[in-house]
Design a protein around this ligand. Structure first.
Ligand code: GTP
Length: 197
């Protein structure tokens, strides 16, 4: 008998934020600098272990371009988790998160779905969206915030691990208090003062 839990995850966000690169980094550990925009939809599978359970993630890469929005919306069906992705160097991709959130709310029950906010391209120094701004938006949406770089392989495993934990919890497969790997908080970045004497 296969005791693997299978979940459907969607990568959602504007065109060019790096959804395909995040997927390729996570599944193949590769980064392809320039390639064509995604047409329609595509999915990849990755098996991981969470809380000693085997979990199969079926990860759908959607197309951010407006002309594919209807196809993208059809992938929402039966989704267990969504990574809402923006590019930390692209203000408009950040503002469009609200649009994508409304699409989720009108197509899915927030009680059943696990969501996280992802600011990608954290390797780029000339960013326009600060970590604090990302955290604020995530807090207003009542979800956790992650920063990733598909280029430098930063934060991606943590984001998928945490969404897997959230889905196991939401589906009542585990009932322990989940401890997330990386729930970015501003305090984490404040260097601790060394105590003297
Ligand atoms: P659509 O398929 O059009 O929806 O775009 P997408 O969100 O899948 O973006 P894609 O993965 O195609 O990446 C867009 C561009 O951003 C490419 O030129 C990538 O090389 C670049 N890129 C993606 N992730 C990163 C990253 O973490 N850092 C940097 N510096 N560039 C990245």
């Amino acid at each position: 008998m296969d005791s693997t839990d299978t979940f459907k995850i969607i990568l959602l966000g504007e065109s060019g934020v790096g959804k395909t690169c995040i997927l390729r980094r996570y599944v193949d550990n590769k980064f392809q600098p320039a390639h064509l925009s995604t047409f329609g939809i595509d999915f990849r599978i990755k098996k991981i272990n969470v809380y000693d359970r085997s979990v199969k993630l079926k990860i759908w890469d959607t197309a951010g371009q407006e002309r594919y929005h209807n196809i993208t919306k059809t992938t929402f069906k039966n989704a267990d988790g969504i990574l809402l992705v923006f590019d930390v160097t692209d203000e408009s991709s950040f503002e469009r998160i609200q649009f994508w959130m409304k699409e989720i709310e009108s197509n899915l029950s927030l009680d059943l779905i696990s969501l996280i906010l992802v600011g990608n391209k954290s390797d780029i120094k000339e960013r326009t969206i600060s970590k604090e701004k990302g955290i604020k938006l995530a807090e207003s949406l009542k979800i956790s915030y992650y920063e990733t770089s598909a280029l430098e392989n930063i934060g991606i495993d943590n984001a998928f691990m945490d969404i897997a934990k959230l889905m196991l919890k939401k589906n009542k497969i585990v009932d322990e208090d989940i401890s997330l790997v990386e729930n970015i908080k501003i305090e984490n970045d404040i260097p601790k003062k060394k105590s003297c004497c």
